[in-house]
Design a protein around this ligand. Structure first.
Ligand code: BES
Ligand code: MN
Ligand code: MN
Length: 464
């Protein structure tokens, strides 16, 4: 296994160049204008799995974008690892804020990544992290070091809610049968503080619209005498949190599990600097729900955030107008016990009930998904932990993340297996933001660590 280091040393230029080619294709799943590119990316992934040594690769048609399936089965008596990842990316806008074009990858050094980072949309989320698995497979097959069976399932709709995958998984349980699911689509604390993600939050995403008068009005002639939809909407939104930043929707916290003081004390051991945190995003003070730390607020507590709000005149100069309509997109991050459909319903009922009679209110649910927590007393977690110990020289810290990969809860439900989240990104990598990047060191470290997971998992599986 010490050969993995030299394999990477001998091939790292090619590993980087291949990823750069993949990053050049703008596979934005949210925007139909990129349909061809998304399909071309699927094709790229298919070919790269074939080249990396899969015996069977398939482009699986779905009602939406295709799912790429690949496998290498060496012995049906051996355990099977199912790798999941996504080849679609978030839209790149606002484009103006990128220092280099989002689909023209460049490697630049940063303070956090002195060995360079690849700047491009999708570099960290998730093309770079997904491709680590393809290269780890290439190493294992070409050197005879693959210790077990492996299956790949790479989708193209993660960033828009994984609808086609939810359709695909229940229809292909046999094909997808596995002993553990392995995903690199999360992060870790720092390059010298490895961590393994043990939890993801759920999500409920809604769009709201407030309608006042049937047309835009002169704000002098009508102002003061009619309900202004923007005034009303912002007031309604403001009322969704109280003075302690608790969410005011009745029933919202009913299923929220309070962690014990011991569990919270354990969490608090993870290294965290409030000053560094503030500095990294240039804020004067931290903010959030009373009674909880920053790390608790962004992992074990549910939230409600406006993601976008619009209406009225936003062009240059001033226009005196009362708009007929106002809109907002709102997301709620949920903890694993909360049912996202139930929460969506609670939101809808509450939001409709607080609207004054002077306006019409409409709540349109978008998508959602369940949260996930994984115990650390299973061989999947243990194998991952040993893999990090081997390549980082440190025991990784288990950590719950605030992000969401809704499909993970469905995997557990349908395929009855645990998911191990071995993420190698950093919070500062700016996923979903302009100037997204992924450390070259992180990319190569991921490729180095993954084969150890396969080895330890196979070993522990035999001991069971
Ligand atoms: N890879 C992210 C989720 C993530 C990132 C989890 C970092 C933990 C740490 C994923 O691609 C993503 O962006 N998920 C969306 C939800 C999805 C339904 C659009 C999210 O979390 O907003
Ligand atoms: Mn992702
Ligand atoms: Mn994402």
């Amino acid at each position: 296994m010490n050969t993995i280091k030299s394999y990477i040393e001998n091939n790292k230029e090619r590993f980087l160049n291949e990823l750069i080619e993949l990053l050049k294709i703008p596979s934005v799943s949210a925007d139909k204008a990129f349909k061809k590119d998304v399909l071309n990316t699927a094709d790229f992934v298919l070919k790269s799995l074939k080249k990396a040594g899969c015996d069977k690769v398939e482009l699986c048609k779905t009602p939406g974008y295709p799912i790429i399936y690949g496998e290498k089965i060496i012995d049906t008596n051996l355990p099977t690892v199912l790798v999941y990842g996504h080849y679609d990316v978030q839209p790149a806008d606002p484009i103006d804020l990128w220092h280099s074009p989002p689909f023209d990858p460049v490697i630049k050094k940063t303070e956090i990544h002195p060995e360079g980072a690849i700047f491009a949309r999708g570099s960290c989320d998730d093309k770079g992290q997904m491709y680590m698995h393809v290269k780890a497979l290439e190493y294992m097959t070409s050197t005879g070091n693959l210790p077990c069976n492996v299956k790949f399932m790479i989708e193209g709709e993660e960033e828009v809610g994984s609808e086609s995958l939810s359709w695909f998984v229940p229809r292909n349980k046999e094909k997808l049968a596995n002993d553990v699911i392995l995903i690199s689509d999360t992060g870790m604390i720092a390059n010298n503080i490895p961590s393994i993600t043990t939890g993801l939050r759920g999500l409920s995403y809604v769009e709201v619209a407030i309608t006042g008068p049937n047309r835009d009005l002169h704000s002098g002639l009508y102002g003061g005498a009619v309900a202004n939809p923007i005034n009303i909407l912002t007031k309604m939104i403001a009322s969704l949190h109280d003075e302690n930043n608790h969410i005011t929707i009745p029933g919202f916290y009913d299923n929220v599990e309070e962690l014990s003081l011991e569990e919270r004390a354990e969490m608090a051991k993870a290294p965290f600097s409030k000053e560094d945190y503030k500095k990294s995003i240039n804020i004067g003070e931290i903010y959030g729900e009373k009674g909880y730390t920053t790390n608790e607020r962004n992992s074990i507590r549910p939230t409600l955030d406006v993601n976008g709000i619009w209406g009225g005149y936003t062009g240059e100069g001033a226009k005196t107008v009362i708009a007929s309509k106002a809109y907002a997109k709102i997301s709620m991050r949920l903890i694993p016990n909360q049912d996202w459909r139930e929460i969506t319903e609670l939101f809808k009922n509450h939001f409709e009930s607080i609207a004054p009679k002077a306006v019409k209110v409409e709540v349109k649910p978008h998508h959602g998904g369940q949260g996930y927590v994984t115990p650390i007393d299973n061989i999947g977690y243990q194998a991952a932990s040993k893999a990090y110990e081997t390549t980082f020289g440190k025991t990784p810290i288990p950590q719950r993340s605030g992000g969401s990969i809704p499909i993970v809860a469905l995997f557990e439900q349908e395929l009855k297996s645990k998911t191990i989240l071995m993420g190698f990104g950093l919070n500062s990598d700016a996923i979903h933001s302009p100037n997204e990047h992924f450390g070259v060191w992180n990319y190569l470290k991921g490729i180095e660590t993954i084969p150890y997971f396969y080895n330890y998992f196979t070993e522990l599986h035999h001991q069971k």
